[in-house]
Design a protein around this ligand. Structure first.
Ligand SMILES: [Zn+2]
Ligand SMILES: [Zn+2]
Length: 133
């Protein structure tokens, strides 16, 4: 796995060539996907590298009949179409990004219910330089 550092794309004047950085970053990620570091279907980090493309456990479950949990995709139970949460035709003010139950309408016109689980992380401020003040 190759980490592309933006500091390698500094111009002589000190500014960063973000376009070149982004192209290199995408190319490195594609090599890693071919090596099995990232899921070749959804792009999630797997680990590896095993030397060949892999799909993550969540994407493998997309091909199973049973109910599934996926952190990046929703599946229509009628036609098996995979839908990105950001592109889903879903009920609620923030669509699928609000926790709870949502009605989704697939491109095949089938209506189904998706439950959104949200996990939290908490950002704490940096340590004070002088805690006695
Ligand atoms: Zn995946
Ligand atoms: Zn459908």
């Amino acid at each position: 796995m190759r980490i592309v550092s933006y500091s390698d794309f500094k111009r002589p004047d000190g500014s960063i060539d973000w376009g070149a950085f982004h192209r290199e970053d995408v190319a490195a990620k594609k090599l890693d996907t071919n090596d099995g570091v990232y899921c070749s279907h959804c792009g999630a980090y797997i680990g590896g590298p095993v030397g060949y493309p892999q799909v993550c456990n969540q994407c493998q479950s997309l091909t199973h009949v049973s109910e599934l949990i996926h952190s990046r995709l929703v599946r229509c139970p009628h036609c098996a179409q995979e839908i990105r949460p950001s592109e889903a035709n879903a009920s609620g003010r923030s669509g699928l990004f609000e926790p709870g139950l949502h009605e989704v309408v697939c491109v095949c016109a089938y209506h189904f219910t998706v439950e959104t689980h949200v996990s939290y992380s908490f950002v704490s401020p940096a340590l004070l330089k002088d805690p006695d003040v």
